[in-house]
Design a protein around this ligand. Structure first.
Ligand SMILES: [Cu+2]
Length: 700
């Protein structure tokens, strides 16, 4: 690790997320720590009361929801010379109310059901240009919700005439809490806030009590490879993400609440769906499964359903079917769990192990979910002990977030985070066999493991820390090669990442490279100190890492990242800590360098004009393109939370060409080509990937 970079990054992280409010004298971010009001945890249908007062010493029930308006007001002092204009307003509720420093007065568009229709705009003129990177919208505070802004766009301008593409867009939750949107630093004099919907669809209104703009001393990120999109606002902190195979929509969720997890009454989860085709984020409160899915185990099954297990309601499970856009209650696990890990198997079943964060500590042995019988069965021969780390907080942390890979014959390879790796067998009563240590690595809790070439049994592991929290992460990197279940894995120590990281996310791309983003040097849940804002790309050919364009928003504990069908990456979330300053209700899409020409213009993509919707293990895949391509790959889609994504894996394909028609033999083992849904990508000679076609691989 380059120690000079550590200091620089610490500075970056301190100034980047919430910069100083624009004011004659510099006001630093003075958002107070969470209030220490102790609440009561209600035991309701298996709701966990485990883990209280263990996160940074903060009682989980003490974490209230929402950033207070008072905190934002204290940070935002608006020069009196600023002006606010709006497309319309009700007499007595002028737009100037949003700048008067008083949250009891507000701007409101004309009253009545037949008031001026949406959209509405609110435009702030700061009278001079500033380098700005965030805004705060405080809804009306008088008890009424009328005019709360839902879907919205934020644009900036230097001249008040030319407004570019939005710096941020998305949907805010329908509540009176303060909404903060961070975006890439931009030089601007004007900020235009456009309300596209009323958050509760109560009428054609918009309202706003206070609108603040924050400046940053950090210049725009230094150039690097690839490009980050405008900010995408979600109505909740997206702690979990899953890719829907039939639509390409991204399903995200937090907990029973939008920005906190403590004090859960149990029984519901707030979700949102991002439609990349329309850019619209819709939302839903899922209560029919009676399951607060926060800090669940998560994976996609062979039919593309998301199996969500435990969490705040520790024994419960829920199953989401993209086909029916419906959550159903699943059977309860035999062992209540939270922070367990699970993975799909070659036979279509699902293996789960660990999870002492919720539902009691210790002895969280393996269980098997049969997708045909819809039952959970304990595996007495699959103890958790071999995969425990030596965490300072004990087993409560030691069995968390296992790095599991479904492999041949219904077996599971456990690559970490414990330094000792293991095989788990799921036949009969279950079994376990040591697979050896992970090279010179230590325990690597909250690091990442990615199967970038399933055909060769290749897994990249990066980062993590010996303890869950309160310690520096490593930059360690290893290549693990697995083959026959039950035999020792081969481990290669490779050049480390540029930066130490824990709580980062890692995503395999169609070309086998692995994109690693976010995380901290010093692992501390609900903090953005020591944030790593510069992503890295790992190349499996050179086995080295390259620094990429930095992101504007920290992505630490409770952040997520997932590969999109257009070969970009959605990186989102972080926080869920109530009235803290580190809730990130947003995401950004990273477009890798392969989508651009050397002059920065968009590269022309090859197009897959025809591909099968379904293929079989041992079969062949025949697809047609609109021109010559040189590489093909299947990348399994799926789901992720808490740095774990056991669904993703990449299968390179080798094609025989006949004109623009390509025929590819497929793997013969369902342990390699794990049943489920895959993206099919074709790339041209310049390395530009197509948009994916979805291909289903059923259980043989
Ligand atoms: Cu968590």
């Amino acid at each position: 690790m380059q120690s000079s970079m550590l200091g620089l990054l610490a500075l970056l992280s301190a100034s980047a997320p919430f910069a100083n409010a624009i004011t004659p004298q510099a006001i630093t971010n003075n958002v107070p720590a969470a209030k220490s009001v102790l609440g009561q945890s209600v035991d309701n249908g298996g709701l966990s009361t485990e883990g209280i007062a263990t996160l940074d010493g903060m009682a989980i029930d003490a974490i209230p929801e929402g950033r207070s308006a008072e905190a934002v007001m204290a940070a935002a002092i608006t020069p009196a010379s600023w002006t606010a204009t709006a497309d319309s307003y009700q007499p007595g509720y002028p737009p100037s109310n949003v700048l008067d420093g008083n949250t009891n007065t507000f701007w409101h568009t004309p009253f009545g059901a037949n008031g001026k229709p949406l959209p509405h705009t609110l435009t702030i003129d700061m009278q001079q240009a500033y380098l700005i990177n965030s805004i705060a919208y405080i809804p009306r505070q008088d008890g009424s919700s009328n005019g709360n802004v839902g879907e919205h766009q934020i644009q900036t301008s230097l001249d008040g005439v030319n407004y570019g593409t939005p710096v941020a867009l998305g949907t805010y939750q329908d509540s009176s809490s303060t909404k903060t949107t961070i975006f890439e630093a931009t030089n601007a004099r004007y900020v235009k806030f456009t309300a596209l919907t009323e958050a509760g669809n109560r009428g054609p209104w918009s309202s706003c009590a206070t609108f603040s703009i924050f400046q940053t001393s950090t210049a725009a990120p230094p150039s690097g490879q690839g490009k980050w999109s405008p900010t995408l606002d979600f109505p909740l902190v997206p702690v979990s993400m899953a890719m829907e195979h039939d639509s390409g929509n991204v399903l995200v969720w937090s907990s029973y609440a939008a920005s906190t997890f403590g004090g859960s009454p149990g029984g519901n989860t707030l979700t949102a769906t991002y439609n990349p085709a329309t850019g619209i984020v819709s939302q839903r409160d899922v209560s029919n499964t009676d399951h607060d899915m926060f800090c669940e185990g998560l994976s996609m099954d062979s039919t593309g359903r998301f199996i969500s297990t435990g969490g705040n309601n520790a024994p419960k499970t829920s199953i989401y079917s993209p086909k029916y856009d419906f959550w159903a209650a699943g059977p309860q696990m035999n062992i209540p769990r939270g922070y367990q890990s699970q993975c799909a198997l070659s036979n279509g079943n699902i293996f789960v192990i660990g999870g002492s964060w919720s539902g009691g500590s210790g002895n969280k042995i393996g269980e098997l979910y049969s997708y045909t019988a819809n039952t959970w069965t304990k595996l007495a021969g699959a103890p958790v002990d071999p995969m425990l780390t030596n965490d300072a907080q004990g087993v409560y942390r030691a069995d968390n977030h296992g790095w599991l890979f479904g492999w041949k014959g219904g077996n599971v390879f456990q690559a970490g985070p414990s330094r000792n790796m293991n095989w788990y067998g799921t036949a009969g009563a279950g079994s376990t066999t040591p697979a050896g240590p992970r090279g010179n690595d230590g325990d690597a809790m909250c690091g990442n493991a990615v199967m970038y070439d399933a055909t060769q049994g290749k897994i990249l592991t990066v980062g993590g820390a010996v303890n869950y929290q309160g310690i520096n992460a490593t930059a360690n990197a290893h290549i693990i090669t697995i083959n026959t279940p039950g035999t020792a894995a081969t481990v290669q120590n490779i050049n480390p990442m540029w930066y130490q990281r824990t709580f980062a996310n890692a995503v395999v791309l169609p070309n086998g490279r692995v994109f690693i983003t976010g995380g901290q040097i010093y692992g501390q849940p609900f903090s953005d100190a020591t944030s790593q804002l510069q992503p890295e790309m790992w190349d499996p050919v050179s086995t080295t890492f390259t620094k990429l364009a930095p992101q504007a928003i920290p992505r630490n504990y409770h952040s997520t990242a997932i590969l999109m069908p257009d070969a970009t990456i959605l990186s989102a979330g972080g926080g869920l800590c109530g009235a803290c300053a580190t809730n990130h209700y947003d995401g950004q899409v990273y477009s890798p360098a392969y989508l651009f020409n050397t002059d920065g213009s968009r590269a022309t993509r090859p197009v897959i004009t025809n591909a099968p919707a379904q293929v079989a293990i041992s079969g062949t895949l025949t697809a047609t393109t609109n021109g010559p391509v040189t590489a093909w790959a299947l990348v399994r889609l799926g789901s992720t939370t808490h740095t774990v994504n056991t669904d993703q894996r990449r299968i390179p394909l080798f094609a025989k060409a006949n004109g623009n028609t390509y025929t590819m033999p497929l793997p013969t083992d369902p342990g390699i080509m794990l049943p489920g849904y895959y993206y099919l990508f074709a790339s041209n000679a310049a390395g530009v990937p197509s948009i994916a076609k979805f291909v289903w691989v059923p259980v043989p």
